[in-house]
Design a protein around this ligand. Structure first.
Ligand SMILES: [Zn+2]
Length: 365
């Protein structure tokens, strides 16, 4: 359906201090959207190719869906996808509504009301845009975005490309990890699931339990190489309940507890990918989670940053030390699954998690 013809569709106001060249662009060219982020303050930031004409639209909620705001960019993206939102945002979709067009849709939860007359998409430089969702309830909203908003835009359309891994990081050994005093710290690593509980099962039958056990054993090796005392809650495919995991950590009096998981969508949607880390309480739990999230993102180019969020998972709620639960990617995701199936990527993830933990511990000593 054509959005211009919808009666309930109101156009967002444009403030364009720049001369926009609306020249014809080849329909097969790559998307002019280079990077985007919806910030926790309810501001959508965009980076596009230089002098890109944009179209923004608003649609009120109906009996099925909440308010949708979308922006069309010239050029096509290669990988239409949907990212789950947080707080007032239900989901964000990047799609190809027709040939030669990229559409970024923000769908809000049904309970959210926004006044379209207060929404303005503002061009702030030849390649930067801002849209503040005035009146948006911000509770629970975490930053979500893709690509580098701070990079320089070329005149060519440069869709968020998967960044190649930095060379020199290809051989992951413990000498590249931060230093902490030997024997000072104790960390509990908790590979999620195990035994009859396979956790999520994804593309090609890849099982969460196998993925996370392998990563966890590697994390333990990296940490031990730096003189950290490590307790693993399990080292093989055994059935281990949540109580014993917490008991192991609390008995050990660890400085940090890190539970390692891989994610899945219930309806096995391949377009949902990304990295997220959860904490339950405390500044230290949050700090540990942020350090881990940052490093895991670095070795997962192109996988969306789903953010650091608060959650009530048993193992991070009942452990008495700073605790984090990291989701290392989606076994059901088109981008994440083939990577998680690779031993080399699992080793990169292990290195990243170890680095995050060590950075956190460094801040304590
Ligand atoms: Zn899990």
């Amino acid at each position: 359906m054509g959005w211009a013809s919808l009666r309930r569709t109101a156009y967002l106001v444009f403030f364009l201090p720049l001369i926009l060249i609306g020249s014809a662009y080849p329909s097969k060219s790559a998307s002019a959207l280079a990077a985007w982020a919806l910030e926790r303050e309810g501001v959508l930031q965009l980076r596009t190719s230089v002098n890109t004409p944009l179209k923004a639209s608003f649609q009120s909620s109906d009996s099925v869906k909440g308010i949708r705001v979308w922006i069309d960019f010239p050029g096509e993206l290669t990988r239409p996808r949907t990212l789950l939102g947080s707080g007032p945002v239900r989901e964000i979709r990047l799609g190809k509504p027709k040939r030669g067009v990229t559409r970024l849709v923000i769908e809000f939860k049904k309970s959210v009301y926004l006044d379209p007359s207060k929404l303005k998409l503002i061009g702030i430089s030849p390649d930067r845009w801002k849209l503040k969702f005035l009146g948006l309830p911000l509770r629970g909203l975490s930053r979500i975005g893709e690509g580098d908003l701070t990079a320089f835009s070329s005149r060519d359309r440069d869709w968020v490309k998967a960044k190649p891994l930095i060379s020199g990081q290809t051989s992951f050994n413990s000498s590249g990890l931060p230093w902490v005093p030997r024997g000072r710290f104790r960390v509990v690593i908790d590979p999620g699931h195990g035994g009859p509980d396979s956790g999520a099962v994804g593309i090609g039958g890849i099982r969460e339990t196998d993925v996370v056990l392998d990563i966890s054993l590697e994390v333990a090796k990296f940490l031990e190489a730096k003189g950290v005392i490590v307790n693993l809650t399990r080292t093989s495919e055994v059935d281990l309940g949540l109580f014993p995991r917490v008991a192991i950590a609390n008995r050990a009096g660890a400085d940090a507890f890190v539970s390692i998981h891989a994610n899945a969508t219930r309806n096995r949607r391949r377009d949902v990918n990304g990295i997220e880390t959860f904490y339950f309480s405390g500044f230290r739990g949050l700090s540990l989670s942020k350090h881990i999230q940052k490093q895991v993102l670095k070795v997962s180019p192109g996988s969306p940053d789903r953010g650091v969020r608060r959650a009530r998972f048993f193992v991070i709620r009942r452990t008495r030390m700073p605790a984090a639960l990291v989701e290392t990617g989606f076994v059901t995701g088109r981008l994440d699954a083939p990577r998680l199936a690779k031993a080399s990527h699992r080793r990169e993830l292990a290195f990243a998690i170890a680095k995050g933990i060590l950075n956190y511990l460094q801040g304590l000593s």
